[in-house]
Write a protein that binds this ligand. Structure first.
Ligand code: FMN
Ligand code: MN
Length: 483
């Protein structure tokens, strides 16, 4: 279930034929991107890659380890990530267990949750080698310069550990890190994210905030850092739940931050109040460059690592990329939690090509006039779904995973003026079309069958389909028809 470390996961991938070693010298400057992009664009995602000789570096680079449905599932310790969605759905079942069998089944996950809390370890492989003072050198890591117009090299698969200055609660978020020089880096936590909130609070108090940027460890951690958990849920607790084993944590060498003992590399540092430095541009997951913006600066106080580390990386860019699989796993695993809040939702599809936040296709059990609008407003108010630019709501019998069916239904079912809801609110910081960074408009389309109470007084037609008895007769004749 739980991987002892990132390299244990790589070995599993390799023995299953899911990882290719690249022995040729390939540069972390643009060249690894070009290889990885071609592989990630293959149907189904292509293999994970281990670049053994990144030009100018001794540490190998692993990329695309999450880049297929199978590997994304294996990273979470399951054969298919839908299993986790189903488990969470069972756990969140609104009815209390009644029969003894039900109660016993309920106890399993509860016990599992109770034993998920992270544990303090006295030592860890992540501190086998410690660099302090003048020996601290971010540029010694094979950090990728991903795209030609990028502002520099960026750490693309980091887990940023911080604590809420007021409550002491931990947060782990995946926020890219731009390497400025040997000992400074940019912290790209966007304003809506929890890391940015921790920094805001520390700034208000005029204090420095300590942080650790972690690479590697059980791949479940990396997934949890990217997952849109409610701010109050500790990513390391959720990781312990998913891997069915407490995450072992060790204290950093120069800051009061705990990090996974099994990590490959840890960058320790401080973010001072009021310091900003231009970050970007960066070829982002929208497929466009995001512009230069001021972001807080990490002053690195130590780098620790295991003796022979592997550097985990990804690239983002025009979809599909590796993050498509992380996003799809998030969609399936978090759907039960969305349905807990909005139970009329049947299914949800955030298409990869729409970069997850541009389009949501959602099916609902419609019960009353205006129901589709209620669901749109609920989604715009729910965690990171607030970023969704366009929501299309369908009836329960529509397969929202089938985009062709959705286009057919929306085209036919919409009377745009009546069925469209335009609203305003926070939008993804990466959206380049909104009037301001992080603020703009959104639109919802009610693609459901309309009711008289919604102003539709004409009859609503049935979709064209054959009768069951004719289908059965032709099924029986079919083998003999030679077609
Ligand atoms: C590959 C990848 C890169 C990401 N880069 C950033 C980033 O630079 N800044 C950011 O705010 N969010 C980024 N995200 C999204 C956050 O990780 C995500 O919103 C996460 O849920 C934030 O966690 P939080 O709620 O604890 O802040 C990235 C996600 C992935 C998968
Ligand atoms: Mn969080």
């Amino acid at each position: 279930m739980a991987y002892a470390c990132f390299q244990t996961f790589l070995r599993r991938l390799e023995s299953a034929g899911e990882l290719r070693r690249i022995r040729e010298e390939v540069s972390p400057r643009l060249e690894i991107t070009e290889v990885a992009d071609r592989v990630m664009k293959r149907p189904g995602g292509g293999p994970a890659l281990l670049f053994e000789r990144p030009t100018g570096h001794v540490v190998p680079v692993a990329i695309n380890v999450f880049g297929s449905r199978r590997r994304m599932s294996w990273a979470l310790g399951v054969e298919d990530y839908e299993e986790i969605g189903a488990e969470i759905a069972a756990l969140l079942k609104p009815e209390p267990p009644t029969t003894l069998g039900d109660k016993l089944r309920y106890l399993g996950p509860l016990r599992r949750m109770a034993s998920s809390a992270p544990k303090r370890a006295s030592s860890g492989i992540c501190q086998e080698v410690v660099y302090l003072g003048d020996d601290v050198d971010l540029t010694s890591l094979p950090v990728l310069h991903c795209w030609p117009d990028d502002g520099g090299p960026f750490i693309t698969l980091p887990m940023v550990f911080t604590y809420d200055p007021a409550t002491g609660k931990r947060n782990v978020g995946m926020y890219r890190i731009q390497v400025f020089d040997r000992r400074t880096a940019g912290m790209h936590w966007q304003i809506h994210k929890v890391g940015a909130e921790h920094h805001r609070k520390s700034e208000e108090a005029g204090r420095t905030i300590e942080a650790a940027v972690v690479l590697g460890g059980d791949p479940v951690y990396t997934f949890c850092a990217a997952a849109p958990l409610p701010p109050s849920i500790d990513e390391m607790l959720f990781a312990g739940f998913l891997r069915r084993k407490a995450v072992p944590l060790v204290r950093c060498k120069t800051v009061d931050v705990e990090v996974p003992a099994d990590a490959e590399i840890v960058i320790e540092g401080r973010v001072d109040p009021n310091g900003r430095r231009d970050e970007g541009p960066f070829g982002d997951h929208t497929g466009f460059y995001t512009p230069i913006e001021p972001y807080p600066v990490l002053h690195v106080t130590a780098i620790t690592m295991r003796r022979e580390p592997v550097y985990p990386a990804t690239i983002v860019g025009r979809p599909p990329m590796e993050d498509a699989w992380i996003g799809k796993a998030v969609e399936r695993i978090f759907l039960p939690m969305v349905r807990l809040m909005v139970p009329e939702i049947v299914d949800l599809n955030l298409p990869v090509e729409a970069c997850f936040h541009n389009i949501a296709l959602v099916s609902i059990r419609k019960r009353y006039p205006g129901h589709a609008f209620k669901v749109m407003n609920a989604l715009w108010g729910l965690g990171q779904l607030m970023f969704t630019k366009m929501i299309f709501v369908f009836d329960a019998d529509v397969d929202v995973q089938n985009v062709a069916e959705c286009v057919w239904r929306m085209g036919n079912n919409l009377d745009p003026e009546r069925d469209m809801l335009v609203t305003r609110g926070p939008v993804d910081v990466l959206d380049h079309a909104s009037r301001e960074t992080g603020f703009g408009s959104k639109v919802g389309f009610d693609c459901t069958r309309k009711l008289p109470a919604e102003g539709h007084h004409r009859p609503w037609p049935e979709p064209v389909a054959m009768t069951a008895d004719v289908r059965a007769r032709i099924d029986a004749l079919w083998p003999g028809l030679g077609l």
